[in-house]
Design a protein around this ligand. Structure first.
Ligand code: ATP
Length: 242
């Protein structure tokens, strides 16, 4: 499984008919098992890029190549659950073929066992995001798209959910694309980081992380961050003299 993104441009027209460039040329490739992370300033075009990659927006210049039969799981900042269905029904509706054992395992990893019969209105944001993750994983996705899944959660909750995402991603061969504003999340979860410019977004730097996720303790995380800081400073200096 391989995803190749070769977007040459994307623009929106506003009501007055003016064109606004949102994406500059973007080139990236990911393979199954990898977590690619898009890190960029607010409004630079990350969600637009995800919509194009998912095939939800065909109005762009360029090409996105992914297997046509790839199963896709998505989790957005807004969990988008059906309010009149229970937690379990929300997951089962998305994945009618998922067997009971598989669902039980998912609910266990995501600490949702006690909430199966609850309704979305009864859930905190952290729990609702877990349900959205369970729903995305229940379809056994080939491609998983996570658009800021840890935003607006307190640090402890975000850390727990991040661990759970890492466990899920390790549990099957899935190609993951994560959008985040958090360098910490990027370094803890990602295998390949793409730092984006302000709008129109282009890739400023692509950074592979070679230490396997499971082997990244606090010392390794600190070393990766220090390496990134050195790299950014070097690139800034190079830009300043050119
Ligand atoms: N359907 C649309 N019509 C017109 N402009 C749009 C549309 N969707 C997005 N935009 C504009 O495109 C730009 C990029 O938006 P996008 O949501 O992709 O950014 P983002 O990087 O995901 O932002 P954030 O980090 O804040 O979620 C913004 O200026 C936005 O106003």
């Amino acid at each position: 499984m391989r995803l190749e993104v070769d977007i040459t441009s994307k623009a929106f027209k506003n009501a007055a008919g003016d064109t606004q460039d949102v994406l500059a040329p973007i080139n990236l490739a990911l393979v199954s098992g990898e977590v690619g992370v898009l890190v960029g300033p607010s409004g630079c075009g990350k969600s637009t890029m995800l919509r194009i990659i998912l095939g939800l927006d065909p109005d762009f210049e360029g090409a996105v190549v992914r297997p046509p039969d790839a199963r896709i799981g998505m989790v957005f900042q807004e969990p988008r659950l059906l309010p009149w269905r229970s937690v379990e029904q929300n997951v089962r509706l998305a994945a009618p073929d998922a067997d009971d054992a598989k669902l039980a395992e998912l609910f266990k990893i995501l600490e949702l066992e006690a909430h199966r019969s609850h309704f979305p209105g009864e859930l905190s944001l952290g729990l609702a995001r877990r349900v959205a993750l369970a729903r995305a994983f229940a379809v056994e996705p080939d491609i998983l798209v996570l658009d800021e899944p840890l935003a607006s959660l307190d640090d402890a909750l975000a850390a727990r959910l991040r661990e759970e995402i890492a466990t899920l991603v390790a549990s099957r061969p899935v190609l993951t694309l994560l959008v985040t504003h958090s360098l910490d999340d990027a370094v803890r979860l990602g295998d390949r980081l793409f730092f984006l410019s302000p709008r129109p977004a282009r890739i400023l730097t692509e950074v592979p992380i070679t230490i396997p996720r499971a082997a990244r303790g606090e010392a390794e995380i600190a070393a990766i961050k220090a390496g990134l800081a050195r790299r950014t400073q070097g690139e800034r200096a190079a830009r300043d003299v050119s």
